[in-house]
Design a protein around this ligand. Structure first.
Ligand code: THU
Length: 135
């Protein structure tokens, strides 16, 4: 994957991470997602006193995009802890899989602009369940 694009996605994820609303976990997360027409949407986690009503950064970004008419994801980046690699939770992996171009899209897990990993979605969500299974 293009290094310039990776750096851009990590930079945007770090930036939006600053907006995280995390009074309960104190664990800010930022995500940026590349959609069709090179459009990038960003999102942070937004928590709630009723903990179950909280939303992860990745889903915030994806739901923002879908509500603006975008449907096809070509890459996702997430930055959580700056000391550790923070992988998307199970629900976010499932939501991501609903809108991906295919299961080979890169998922970038970053601590910062220098330390990051790139996985295929199929590596972190094998045997996925999707519309194809609804027969
Ligand atoms: N969280 C995310 O936003 N994305 C992840 O990939 C992992 C977890 C959030 C949810 C919650 O606000 C906080 O991190 C602690 O679980």
């Amino acid at each position: 994957m293009d290094k310039v694009l990776i750096q851009d996605l990590i930079g945007k994820s770090l930036e939006v991470r600053e907006k995280a609303y995390v009074p309960y976990s104190k664990f800010p997360v930022g995500s940026s997602v590349l959609f069709e027409n090179s459009k990038i949407f960003t999102g942070c986690n937004v928590e709630n006193a009723s903990f179950g009503a909280s939303n992860c950064a990745e889903r915030t970004a994806i739901f923002k995009a879908v509500s603006e008419g975008y449907r096809k994801i070509y890459a996702l980046c997430v930055v959580g802890s700056l000391n550790d690699f923070t992988y998307p939770c199970g629900i976010c992996r499932q939501v991501l899989s609903e809108f991906v171009f295919d299961m080979n899209i890169p998922v970038i897990i970053a601590k910062n602009k220098e330390e990051y990993r790139v996985h295929k979605l199929s590596e972190i969500l094998p045997y996925d369940f999707g519309v194809k299974n609804l027969i």
